[in-house]
Design a protein. Structure first.
Length: 666
């Protein structure tokens, strides 16, 4: 091969065949005797990996000596699907990182199965099997004895009906039904992806999955399920019932849905793949597993046989004599098909054995290794296994079954033959003083936990107001749900102060200040009508505002100054900004929109429009002071953003109150 070098030195390793001998099974541990062939061979593969990781080898492609790592090793099999779980479990228990590109088993994962059952009973609680599954899970934590006691107390009807009867007497059962009712309300109120994610959090499924073995993988699988809900919604469907039906269909039709992968094939991991996927690839070390597994051939039965070259073969039947016999053509076709399948198996074996660039191992499980080797020496061949297809055996090692270690990690500690270079030494026990120091440790940046990465100016202002009043109590994690009547059912209604404030801001953003100050009310009414025609506002929204209050702004000194700045082209409106600030010692970003500012000779004038309610029973000066203190932090943030952004001073800043027609300077 082009670029390949020939090496005959100390690191030139010969191919090796490792046979797991089951003839001595009676002498093996009980756990070993109970293991299937796949598990035994997986243990032998793990032994080979441990023996060779860290071994120097000559990389014929790079032309240099390297040290073998996990990523240099691949395990090849004819079929991975039926063996994947055994290899995944045993390699995990043996501490060998494995990358397995499989697409099956996602919906069989316990965390996915339990959560899908929870979705099913939220949609329709009258399903006994999912209902019992969720009750028995850690979500509600009922024991088998408790579930049996409920059925014993109420033997009639379905189990769900018995549980509902028990809820009349048991606060715990009543709490379960209340939570299900609440989640059903959420399912109707929230978009499907939001509901799925919220249910994962509120039910504790996500947290409990993380606390289980393989917690990261389990949580990643639940995130995949939540992403599936998002994909389902983007396809134009959004009901919980439809999503459950969709998942059931995917599972029923065995559509490939791979589990989450926390390791990639480019990480330092052993790869397990089919021989077919390895075509065209080469690896420093290859273990061809499953050499002793029986090969599958198509049967020769049936009344009709076909071959692309020979043609059609039919059986001979005589109904009157009640017999059916194979014809010569059928026998020829069967022999030809068998020959072609044997040749195909030989080609596959050739592909597997030529994937190794430097080290090649073959493994297989046989009932009696001595008998097998005697037959091979006598020239016996067979097309039933890959071992039988081998004409000449390479260097062979017989591994008695009792020499294999069950996957209990016993080899990790106390095994004098283990390769110490592969594993970190056990951590020594710490002293009582060190243990106390660790347990008493306090995170030095506690204040930083409450600082967000980004704030809106409104949120920053509310936070400052809460700090001044001493109200630092957090909102409850769970709120009750209140459904409002949709607009199309409520008829005419008054807009809220916030909604009207948005309309005032929108009008002030779009009108011409110069014409408004010069032409007055006729211009403002025409401008508002044009906004309705352009689809910016609805007529009922425009009707909710008073053009006279907008006109009053241009009759104030600050309004006339703003119009004069607009005539000079020195007025700006709805200016967005991002400001870097320090909060509790941590850098954060503050994001906001400045309603209006204009430039005069000695700097900027900053305006913020407000439509807040004014208590007419109180003195106006008192109300002005209240609003001045309410929005001081907000206006000061706007001031800082302008001064840092333009390098010019803000010599005046204030609020314009549309409800009172006054300007409040801050």
């Amino acid at each position: 091969m082009k670029g390949r070098t020939t090496y005959e030195g100390a690191y030139n390793y010969a191919p090796r065949l490792c046979l797991v001998d089951q003839s001595s099974a009676e002498e093996a541990d009980e756990e070993i005797r109970r293991m299937k062939k796949d598990a035994l061979e997986a243990l032998e593969v793990c032994r080979l990996i441990r023996e060779n990781v860290g071994k120097p080898y000559y990389d014929t492609k790079a032309g240099e000596v390297k040290t073998l790592r996990y990523r240099d090793i691949v395990v090849l099999m004819r079929s991975v699907v039926s063996h994947a779980q055994e290899y995944r479990d045993i390699m995990k228990e043996q501490g060998i990182p494995l990358y397995l590109d499989d697409n099956l088993g996602f919906f069989d994962r316990i965390e996915v199965s339990v959560f899908m059952n929870l979705l099913r009973i939220v949609d329709n609680r009258y399903r006994d099997v999912p209902f019992l599954s969720v009750l028995r899970s850690d979500i509600f934590g009922f024991t088998v004895d408790e579930l049996a006691a409920i059925r014993k107390a109420h033997p009639e009807g379905s189990y769900v009906e018995a549980f509902m009867e028990q809820a009349r007497e048991s606060a715990r059962c009543r709490s379960v039904l209340e939570r299900l009712d609440r989640w059903r309300s959420l399912a109707l109120a929230l978009p499907l992806p939001d509901f799925v994610w919220r249910l994962l959090q509120e039910s504790g499924c996500y947290m409990m999955a993380g606390a289980m073995p393989e917690g990261e993988l389990r949580q990643a699988n639940l995130r995949i399920l939540a992403e599936r809900a998002g994909q389902f919604t983007r396809d134009g469907q959004s009901s919980l019932f439809g999503f459950i039906r969709y998942i059931d269909t995917v599972k029923q039709r065995m559509i490939h849905t791979g589990q989450a992968k926390l390791l990639g094939e480019n990480d330092d991991v052993v790869r397990l793949m089919t021989i077919h996927k390895s075509k065209g690839l080469e690896f420093p070390m290859v273990i061809v597993a499953g050499m002793g597994s029986r090969l599958r051939y198509s049967g020769s039965g049936g009344k009709v046989n076909f071959h692309k070259d020979i043609g059609l073969g039919l059986s001979l039947e005589d109904p009157s004599r009640h017999f059916s016999r194979r014809t010569l053509t059928q026998s020829i076709i069967s022999m030809k098909v068998r020959q072609e399948e044997v040749e195909e198996n030989i080609r596959i074996l050739y592909v597997a054995l030529t994937r190794a660039r430097d080290l090649l191992f073959m493994t297989g499980v046989v009932k009696d290794a001595a008998e097998f080797l005697d037959k091979k020496q006598a020239g016996d061949t067979s097309d039933l296994t890959y071992l039988g297809l081998l004409q000449d055996l390479p260097e062979t090692e017989v591994v008695p079954e009792e020499k294999l270690k069950a996957p209990d990690l016993a080899w990790r500690a106390g095994d004098p033959d283990r390769d110490e270079t592969l594993f970190l030494p056990d951590e020594p026990r710490c002293s009582p003083e060190e243990a106390a120091r660790r347990l008493e440790y306090r995170y030095p940046f506690m204040d930083a936990r409450s600082v967000r990465s980004k704030y809106s100016v409104s949120a920053l202002n509310q936070s400052a107001r809460a700090a001044e009043s001493g109200d630092t109590e957090e909102e409850p994690a769970v709120r009750s749900i209140h459904f409002t009547t949709p607009n199309f059912m409520s008829g005419a209604r008054r807009l809220t102060y916030a909604e009207r404030g948005t309309i005032y801001h929108g009008i002030m953003e779009r009108i011409d200040f110069v014409r408004a100050e010069r032409e007055g009310l006729p211009y403002l009414k025409n401008a508002a009508s044009a906004m309705v025609s352009d689809g910016i506002f609805r007529q009922e929204e425009i009707d909710s505002v008073d053009p006279g209050k907008i006109l009053l702004f241009f009759e104030t000194p600050v309004g006339r100054r703003a119009a004069d700045a607009a005539a000079r082209g020195r007025l700006w409106r709805e200016q967005t900004f991002n400001l870097r600030m320090t909060r509790d010692g941590e850098d954060t970003i503050v994001q906001g929109i400045i309603d209006c500012y204009f430039e005069e000779a000695d700097g900027f004038v900053l305006l913020d429009y407000k439509t807040n309610w004014i208590d007419r029973k109180k003195p106006l000066e008192e109300e002005e002071n209240r609003l001045r203190e309410t929005y001081r932090t907000q206006v000061e943030t706007y001031r800082k953003a302008l001064e840092q952004g333009f390098g010019l001073p803000v010599h005046e800043a204030g609020l314009y109150l549309f409800s009172a027609g006054v300007y409040v300077q801050i």
